[in-house]
Design a protein around this ligand. Structure first.
Ligand code: SF4
Length: 61
Protein backbone atom coordinates (compact mmCIF):
# COMPACT_ATOMS: atom_id res chain seq x y z
CA UNK A 1 0.00 0.00 0.00
CA UNK A 2 1.30 3.43 -0.93
CA UNK A 3 1.53 6.17 1.67
CA UNK A 4 1.61 9.71 0.39
CA UNK A 5 2.73 12.65 2.52
CA UNK A 6 0.66 14.84 0.20
CA UNK A 7 -1.89 14.15 -2.44
CA UNK A 8 -0.32 13.36 -5.80
CA UNK A 9 -0.89 15.96 -8.48
CA UNK A 10 -4.14 15.62 -10.31
CA UNK A 11 -3.67 14.52 -13.89
CA UNK A 12 -6.27 14.41 -16.56
CA UNK A 13 -6.18 12.81 -19.98
CA UNK A 14 -8.72 13.91 -22.54
CA UNK A 15 -9.05 12.10 -25.83
CA UNK A 16 -10.04 14.22 -28.76
CA UNK A 17 -11.74 11.56 -30.87
CA UNK A 18 -11.58 13.00 -34.36
CA UNK A 19 -8.51 12.71 -36.54
CA UNK A 20 -7.68 13.56 -40.12
CA UNK A 21 -7.33 9.84 -40.72
CA UNK A 22 -7.37 6.69 -38.62
CA UNK A 23 -3.82 5.43 -38.10
CA UNK A 24 -3.61 1.65 -38.58
CA UNK A 25 -1.81 1.06 -35.24
CA UNK A 26 -4.14 3.19 -33.15
CA UNK A 27 -6.23 1.59 -30.40
CA UNK A 28 -7.76 4.84 -29.19
CA UNK A 29 -11.43 5.50 -29.62
CA UNK A 30 -10.70 7.82 -32.52
CA UNK A 31 -12.36 8.27 -35.86
CA UNK A 32 -11.45 9.80 -39.17
CA UNK A 33 -13.43 12.95 -39.64
CA UNK A 34 -12.82 15.55 -42.30
CA UNK A 35 -12.52 19.18 -41.36
CA UNK A 36 -15.78 20.64 -42.52
CA UNK A 37 -17.87 23.64 -41.69
CA UNK A 38 -19.74 21.46 -39.19
CA UNK A 39 -16.48 20.47 -37.46
CA UNK A 40 -16.46 23.67 -35.42
CA UNK A 41 -19.98 23.02 -34.12
CA UNK A 42 -19.03 19.41 -33.41
CA UNK A 43 -15.91 20.49 -31.52
CA UNK A 44 -17.78 23.11 -29.51
CA UNK A 45 -20.45 20.59 -28.55
CA UNK A 46 -17.77 18.08 -27.52
CA UNK A 47 -15.81 20.59 -25.44
CA UNK A 48 -19.00 21.86 -23.80
CA UNK A 49 -19.98 18.29 -22.91
CA UNK A 50 -16.51 17.69 -21.44
CA UNK A 51 -16.71 20.85 -19.35
CA UNK A 52 -20.19 19.93 -18.10
CA UNK A 53 -18.99 16.45 -17.17
CA UNK A 54 -15.94 17.80 -15.36
CA UNK A 55 -18.03 20.30 -13.43
CA UNK A 56 -20.45 17.52 -12.49
CA UNK A 57 -17.63 15.31 -11.22
CA UNK A 58 -15.68 18.10 -9.49
CA UNK A 59 -17.34 17.71 -6.06
CA UNK A 60 -16.17 14.08 -5.95
CA UNK A 61 -12.50 15.01 -6.35
S1 SF4 B 1 -5.81 7.78 -35.26
FE1 SF4 B 1 -4.92 7.51 -33.24
S2 SF4 B 1 -2.70 7.68 -33.48
FE2 SF4 B 1 -3.69 8.49 -35.31
S3 SF4 B 1 -3.82 10.70 -34.91
FE3 SF4 B 1 -5.75 9.77 -34.27
S4 SF4 B 1 -5.51 9.34 -32.09
FE4 SF4 B 1 -3.46 9.70 -32.92
Amino acid sequence: MLNFSALPPLSLYIQYPWCAQKCPYCDFNSHAAPLTVNARQRDEAYVNALINDLEHELPAI
